[in-house]
Design a protein around this ligand. Structure first.
Ligand code: MV4
Length: 467
């Protein structure tokens, strides 16, 4: 026997917990995911729910639950006064925001702190800094991360943009400073197209984010989207948990993620990981976070954005590291020291996640409604994070992701075979889902070879093949 993997900080069972009760300001699979960890930690949970979510699983599994408003998110899961009232009434110690909704609202984090409720995430100034993409670029450059040539401030005029673009060289990309995740972006391949693109990008940004600021960057053709998972504590310690490859996306919605990335050598992984950790230490990052990089065809990497929340795809990292990222978020928020060093981190095998959406797999049109029959896969190395069950009604008001199938195996080939068989055993009847799309991706020669970029879905959609 080579060694036994154990987890020294977590095996100290007798330590007194600071949090007795946590409110989860979210719904769906991530609300359930957070509840599972709280139960394992002996922490009581409070669910909040909209009128459309009375029969939701997160409500059933939490110790207490409070209705916070009508179905639309703006009146329920984004309703700060209703959520804070629920937290006060139930006397919770902390709020876990999950992802989406209020997870990256610096304002919400501030309100929590003002009400003496711990926001489980980084400090509000850091959330605010990373939410401003121009500011994040500046801060992370200063913290030592490589960035693409581009703006150091929002673009003020067409003349300024033209001058900067000719300095950077075409193609360039216009991005919204308040954006992120690809909304309001424009690729510009020649000076003649810059003026109009600038106008439309700025108008889109103003409409979507109430902030029309845009900036320029050199455009990288066919990049891979590689992100590093980091974990910091409130005493300046920080480690990384390796990378995830999130290149397979469609209209900036990720479809599938895997870890490790088939594109990284051990040397590049160490280099990107060290750069991410160093930057987090320099800005004083605490809690779980993700640094997104673009990796170009010459294996150069550039900082793109930092996500200050737990992410949908955190589970692939949990599989290959045996870490519980939610547990670490909670302990660090309680004031625990990280208690790990980078050299204690082990990465074992390969994990893949397929996001199962309630959508038509060809048109991607939403497909809410009643789930008449449901079989979730299991067996060796298969994890399903979901909040659906037979007889569940998928409401039309929220994100269409209804389940994540995550597999873990010793090698990438074995993980692909495992995912294929898990998807074959997965049955969701009554609504359309993206299960058939994922089966096709598992059979794709380029995917199987690990040979793909963010352009994968454009080519995949036009390619003929059996479902
Ligand atoms: C880029 C890029 C190439 N060069 N930035 C940003 C948010 C993420 N969701 C997509 N983003 C990109 N940023 C530079 N400097 C390529 C992408 C990108 C992309 C851009 C346009 C159309 C589709 C895309 C798909 C994946 C990534």
């Amino acid at each position: 026997m080579a060694s036994i993997v154990s987890d020294i900080p977590f095996t100290v069972a007798s330590r007194v917990r600071k949090f007795r009760k946590i409110l989860i300001a979210n719904r769906g699979e991530i609300a359930c995911r957070i509840i599972w960890t709280c139960k394992e930690m002996g922490i009581r949970t409070v669910a909040v729910y909209s009128q459309a979510d009375r029969d939701a699983l997160h409500v059933r599994f939490a110790d207490e639950s409070i209705c916070i408003g009508p179905p639309p998110s703006a009146q329920s899961y984004l309703n700060i006064p209703a959520i804070i009232s629920a937290a006060e009434i139930t006397n919770v110690d902390a709020i876990h925001p999950g992802y989406g909704f209020l997870a990256e609202s610096a304002y919400f984090a501030e309100i929590c702190e003002a009400c003496n409720i711990k926001f489980i995430g980084p400090s509000s100034p850091l959330i605010r800094m990373m939410g401003d993409k121009v500011e994040a670029r500046r801060a992370m450059k200063e913290a030592g991360l490589p960035i693409l040539p581009g703006s150091s401030d929002p673009v003020q005029s067409e003349e300024e943009a033209l001058a900067l673009a000719s300095e950077i060289g075409y193609p360039v990309i216009i991005k919204a400073s308040a954006g992120g995740g690809g909304r309001g972006m424009r690729i510009v391949r020649e000076a003649g197209a810059l003026g109009l693109a600038l106008q439309t990008a700025s108008n889109e940004a103003a409409a979507a984010f109430k902030n029309g600021d845009v900036y320029l960057e050199r455009y990288v053709e066919r990049p891979r989207h590689i992100e590093i998972q980091v974990l910091g504590d409130e005493y300046g310690e920080c480690i990384h948990l390796g990378e995830r490859d999130c290149s397979i996306q469609r209209r900036h919605q990720k479809l599938l993620e895997e870890a490790p990335s088939p594109a990284l050598s051990p040397e590049l992984r160490a280099k990107m990981g060290q750069a991410a950790v160093e930057a987090c230490k320099r800005v004083g990052y605490s809690s779980a976070g993700t640094i997104e990089f673009l990796l170009d065809e010459d294996e150069r990497f550039y900082f793109m954005e930092m996500n200050t929340r737990i992410q949908v795809e955190h589970a692939v990292t949990e599989m290959i590291t045996l870490a519980d990222i939610v547990r670490n978020q909670v302990r660090v928020a309680e004031g625990d020291a990280l208690g790990y060093t980078q050299d204690e981190l082990l990465i074992v095998g390969h994990a893949i996640e397929c996001r199962i959406n309630a959508e038509n797999p060809e048109t991607f049109a939403p497909s809410p409604g009643l789930i008449t029959a449901c079989n979730l896969p299991g067996g060796p190395g298969v994890r399903v994070d979901t909040a659906v069950y037979p007889g569940y009604f998928v409401p039309p008001f929220y994100d269409s992701m209804i389940a994540k199938v995550i597999v873990h195996a010793r090698t990438r080939d074995l993980a692909i075979a495992r995912m294929r068989r898990a998807l074959e055993a997965m049955v969701i009847e009554g609504i359309k889902t993206t299960i058939p799309l994922h089966k096709k991706i598992m059979d794709d020669p380029d995917f199987r070879a690990g040979n793909y970029s963010t352009q994968f879905m454009e080519r995949f959609r036009s390619r003929p093949g059996p479902a």
